[in-house]
Design a binder for this molecule. Structure first.
Ligand code: LLP
Length: 423
């Protein structure tokens, strides 16, 4: 879905569904995250529809945005969840998630987390190493149960995205190379409290070319055909997440472009596999904006213009961490995103670091103190990666539904910041 569908300028004012951004900001203060229910649901449906012939189980990747209200929406739509910690499992269970639709990834699951997940009855662990397999065996045997697992394979494929979010290359810490995996599968009877039921790969995030995903799935299917555990069967292939979005229009292909390449591979597989997917960013990324007000405009003698916002890198880390590009535009504008002829500005936050920069030399209309500005594409890995750096209370989160908006996480207070400390 195009971000302009639900975050659109109407009559010179940015709206989220039928709510004006300015009205929300006035009601809840800034900075604030604003999410569109319609966009979240439309994105989830678009992915499900594109892959419908394979009847995939979509496991929403909670790390992208773990707000309970959002998890509840997605659970009600029938999605499962991809978790990476006991904390994420707890969030999923709090919204009534069906544990049989939960998959658990990560290279460093603790025994306590494994126990918690087994007791909850999750669908499977995505296992990343032999020692992890041994740990799961020990915990499952102790509980007198059997754990379902998929091996996370490292297909050594370059997803052509930012190096910090590349995960499927051999040199990353993720997954098991095919040779080691082959040896592990042959030895599966060593771990009787573990049942191997699938293979998993996640090659990276914000992937905008469907071919690496297709190459990865082809490798998974070939491996699953050839590498069956003694006395067992492989039911699932999990291609992870990573489906890219338009941070600027035209960046990412629609889900149908991924489906077009992936579905035939499944259809042609010698045996039927249940498809699992772990989308995060695709579902929430463009369903959220960060609203912030201009604190000051500062001009240097060399002509440089700094637009200083009340949001900072602690609220939205992606630009500082990855040089990520997010569209930034005033909420009141008669010519949205028309940047021709505009003077550039450095858009920065108040935190004491040069890295606290949302955009460098970005063409931007003239703005004044107090003007409301939107940072787009902030629904994924926005609030989720926020911190209290500089003792800044984190923003509130607002969910819009038609003409209504409600705070789904209140703004933190100074009391919240010191609550866990003692003198
Ligand atoms: N599955 C696994 C095993 C993952 O590691 C991830 C993301 C996903 C699914 C979901 O990926 P998505 O569909 O959201 O691309 N903080 C970075 C992104 C880190 C992604 C980590 N893993 C960012 O802001 O770009």
């Amino acid at each position: 879905m195009d971000m302009t569908d639900t975050f659109a300028y109407r009559g010179g004012h940015l709206a989220c569904e039928a709510c004006r951004a300015e009205d929300i900001a006035r009601a809840v203060g800034t900075p604030c995250y604003v999410y569109s229910r319609a966009a979240i649901e439309a994105n989830a449906r678009a992915l499900a529809d594109a892959f419908a012939p394979a009847k995939p189980l979509l496991c929403y990747s909670i790390k992208a945005n773990g707000n309970l209200a959002i998890l509840k929406l997605l659970k009600d739509l029938g999605l499962g969840f991809d978790i990476v910690s006991g904390g994420e499992l707890d969030r999923a269970l709090r919204v009534g998630a069906d544990p049989a639709k939960v998959v658990f990834a990560g290279v460093g699951k603790t025994r306590a987390e494994v126990r918690q997940a087994l007791q909850a009855g999750i669908l499977m662990f995505n296992v990343e190493s032999e020692p992890e397999l041994a740990a799961i065996q020990a915990v499952a045997a102790g509980l007198g149960t059997q754990a379902r697992v998929a091996l996370r394979l490292n297909p050594d494929i370059d997803p052509k995205t930012h190096r910090h979010i590349t995960t499927g290359k051999r040199e990353t810490k993720f997954g098991i190379d095919f040779e080691s995996a082959r040896a592990l599968v042959a030895r599966m009877p060593q771990w009787p409290a573990v049942r191997l039921v699938g293979y998993h790969a996640h090659i990276g995030s914000q992937v905008t070319d469907p071919r690496p995903h297709a190459a990865s799935l082809a490798k998974l299917i070939a491996f699953a055909g050839e590498c069956v555990p003694p006395g067992g069967a492989i039911e699932y292939v999990n291609i992870g997440g990573g489906f890219g979005i338009d941070y600027v229009p035209g960046q990412a292909p629609p889900p149908s472009a991924f489906a077009e390449l992936l579905l035939p591979l499944l259809a042609q597989a010698a045996r039927p596999f249940r498809l699992l997917m772990e989308p995060g960013r695709f579902i929430v990324g463009n369903a959220g904006v960060l609203l912030t007000r201009v604190a000051y405009v500062k001009r240097n003698s060399d002509g440089r213009r700094f637009v200083i916002l009340d949001a900072a890198m602690n609220d939205l880390l992606r630009p500082a961490l990855y040089d990520a590009h997010h569209r930034i535009w005033p909420a009141a504008s008669d010519s949205p995103f028309e940047s021709d002829g505009l003077a550039p500005a450095d858009v920065v936050g108040p935190v004491c670091e040069s890295g606290d920069t949302f955009a460098k030399e970005r063409p931007l209309p003239e703005v004044a103190e107090g003007d409301l500005v939107a940072i787009f594409g902030a629904g994924a890995y926005g609030f989720a990666m926020s911190s209290n750096y500089n003792a800044r209370p984190r923003p509130c989160e607002v969910l819009v539904d038609g003409s209504h908006h409600r705070v789904v996480r209140r703004r933190e207070s100074f009391d919240d910041l010191v609550r866990l400390e003692t003198l």
